[in-house]
Design a protein around this ligand. Structure first.
Ligand code: PRP
Length: 209
């Protein structure tokens, strides 16, 4: 049996849609209530829904053989898994944003960056040769520069609506992000056949074959 950890929320619909197009028996996932584990009615697969960072943890510990998770969360992790496929869904970007008059590249002196992604932010500003202080925030990051907690934020932007509605502007785009398939290292050897079959099925769907 294969165990697949799916990230709930933003990527959930797109992931479920891929398995549906694969022809897998995912009725339970499509009609879920508060249930968290779902059995495939056609394949020897079980799925479970978790938060992005937990998806990586389940895969790293081998509880899930396979995970579907955003590159944003992977970039914050220790990479103790194989990243095997870009699904090309859940596309967004890492950006540096703030209020128009708070351009962090023009500020002289101490710069405070609010973010849910300290590793990505640190690495980016290090490359720019800018010495910054990270303020870790768990959500609604856009609020931080508005209330004066930081000078700018590093966050993900999908449609740009949240930034716009809060009067923030993008100063730089760090990189593109999308959903990825990750595989537990031991599972990749021990369940190679099942995993390769799964990846082939997914590949056919995303390449539109
Ligand atoms: C993310 C991100 C932005 C928003 C961007 O937050 O942190 O706030 O989505 O999306 P948009 O460009 O389409 O407006 P998320 O919805 O994941 O929730 P959070 O604020 O709790 O982190």
């Amino acid at each position: 049996m294969l165990s697949i950890a799916l990230t709930k929320g933003r990527l959930e619909k797109a992931s479920v849609s891929i398995f549906s197009k694969c022809g897998y028996g995912i009725e339970e996932l499509q009609n879920k209530g508060r249930q968290l584990v779902f059995k495939d009615s056609k394949k020897d697969i079980q799925y479970f829904l978790v938060k992005a960072a937990d998806c990586i943890t389940y895969v790293e510990h081998g509880v899930a053989d396979v995970g579907i998770v955003g590159k944003d969360t992977l970039m914050e992790s220790n990479e103790n898994y194989y990243e095997v496929m870009d699904l090309g869904v859940g596309k967004c970007g890492f950006i540096v944003a703030s209020l128009p008059h708070l351009n962090p590249y023009k500020k002289i002196g101490h710069i405070k960056i609010g973010t849910k992604y300290p590793t990505v932010a640190k690495e980016y500003f290090k490359k720019k040769g800018m010495d910054i202080e990270i303020i870790k925030i768990e959500g609604s990051v856009e609020l931080a520069p508005i209330l004066g907690l930081c000078d700018a934020i590093v966050d993900i932007m999908e449609t740009g609506t949240t930034l716009k509605e809060n009067g923030l502007v993008v100063f730089d785009r760090i990189c593109d992000i999308s959903a990825r398939v990750i595989v537990n290292k031991a599972s990749f050897k021990l369940k190679r056949k099942e995993i390769m079959e799964l990846l082939e099925d997914i590949k056919k769907v995303i390449s539109g074959e």
